[in-house]
Ligand binder design. Structure first.
Ligand SMILES: *Cc1c(COP(=O)(O)O)cnc(C)c1O
Length: 364
């Protein structure tokens, strides 16, 4: 983008000192945003880089958004209708639920609420990049306790890393980008520390594993979920947290009042009225995940890691993974490559015909 003229003025001196040389979160490079980005032979984009639901959202959402006549009215700051509907879906009470503009917003709000300057979270890379970025943005630090060779948690390492300024432990389960699950026993062991334990279940619907049932007895547990992945609402930004009623009230007091916009609110409500349809797409994606993993395994230069989510991380052997990522983009096939994991690619699971085109391209 061309640089706008600002004269000799530099904003730099107004930026918080601790943020001046912060590593930015590297989001998905939007299709068409890099030189050489192309379309597939059928003229379409094969977008397998964002763990989005390729089947899209429920048709009920499309209809309801078109018919809605209340866009000129601020939404309910207390999210009553949505929290009630989520209570029905999760089996918890509305008092234990708070919705956010994507679960990303809830991660930030939770860290802003809890971290004093210099406080720490424990982070277990390779994992979702927003935990570290948000910890820094909220004035804290992320202490990394890397995962073991098969991406399992290093629980003794986590326990050892806890210090007087440690406030929270954050675990994505299943983990992104590895797709691996953490056994419930290990999460229970982390809860025993008495620290806030944030379990990010963004891919819950793809595996059915949850620790939400521990909430009534574990006041330090926070479970995050989202409509972005299973319900096909990534573009509308809607997620939710399950936590103690006390913490819900705390967050309610500091969140932007209208953090859930009317369209996202309505889309989530309609999705919850069409769970059976959405579960059908989840089932198709899980089936395709297993099929795709098998096909990837047949390629001698790829080592797919068994996944409980809607994506597959693959180690790339004897080839440059970034180059592969680049080349696929020119053919209209978008997958993910991470700077932190230079020898890997992450592929979101799509439709069978998209897997077919991907495999054909990977064979060449
Ligand atoms: C995609 C993802 C999120 C973000 O979800 P949004 O609700 O879209 O903000 C959070 N956590 C993990 C682990 C994810 O993979």
């Amino acid at each position: 983008m061309p640089r706008a003229k600002t004269g000799s003025f530099s904003f730099e001196r107004f930026v918080r000192k601790d943020l001046r040389d912060m590593e930015p979160y590297a989001p998905i490079a939007f299709p068409g945003s890099l030189p050489g980005d192309g379309k597939a032979a059928n003229g379409e984009l094969i977008k397998l880089d964002g763990n989005e639901n390729v089947y899209g959202c429920s048709a009920r959402v499309q209809r309801a958004l078109a018919d809605y006549r209340g866009y000129h009215i601020y939404p309910d700051a207390e999210q009553r209708e949505l929290r009630e509907a989520l209570a029905g879906y999760t089996g918890l009470s509305a008092a234990q639920i708070l919705a956010g503009s994507g679960s990303d917003e809830l991660i930030e709000l939770l860290l802003r609420l809890t971290l004093d300057p210099g406080d720490c979270i424990i982070n277990c890379p390779p994992t979702f990049g927003m935990y570290e970025v948000n910890a820094k943005f909220c004035g804290g630090e992320a202490v990394a306790v890397p995962r073991e060779s098969s991406y399992e948690l290093n629980v003794p390492g986590i326990l050892k890393a806890i210090g007087p300024t440690t406030k929270a432990i954050i675990i994505a389960n299943p983990n992104n980008p590895t797709g691996t699950l953490t056994p419930r026993k290990e999460i229970e062991a982390l809860l025993e520390t008495g620290l806030a334990v944030l379990v990010d279940e963004a891919y819950y619907e793809f595996c059915g594993e949850t620790v939400a049932d521990l909430l009534p007895t574990r006041g330090n547990l926070i479970v995050l979920r989202t409509f972005s992945k299973w319900a096909g609402l990534a573009g509308l930004r809607i997620g939710y947290g399950l936590m103690s009623p006390e913490l819900v009230q705390r967050l309610m007091a500091v969140k932007p009042p209208y953090n859930i916009n009317a369209a996202a609110n309505l889309a989530a409500l309609e999705s919850l009225k069409d769970v059976e349809y959405l579960q059908g797409t989840v089932k198709a994606l899980v089936k395709e995940r297993e099929h795709l993993a098998q096909r990837l395994l047949e390629l001698e230069y790829l080592q797919p890691i068994p996944s409980a989510a809607n994506f597959i991380l693959c180690r790339v052997l004897g080839r440059d993974a970034k180059q592969l990522w680049r080349e696929l983009r020119t053919k209209g096939i978008y997958i993910r490559h991470f700077k932190e994991l230079p020898e890997f690619i992450r592929i979101s699971v799509g439709k069978p015909e998209q897997s077919e085109l991907l495999i054909q391209a990977l064979r060449r």
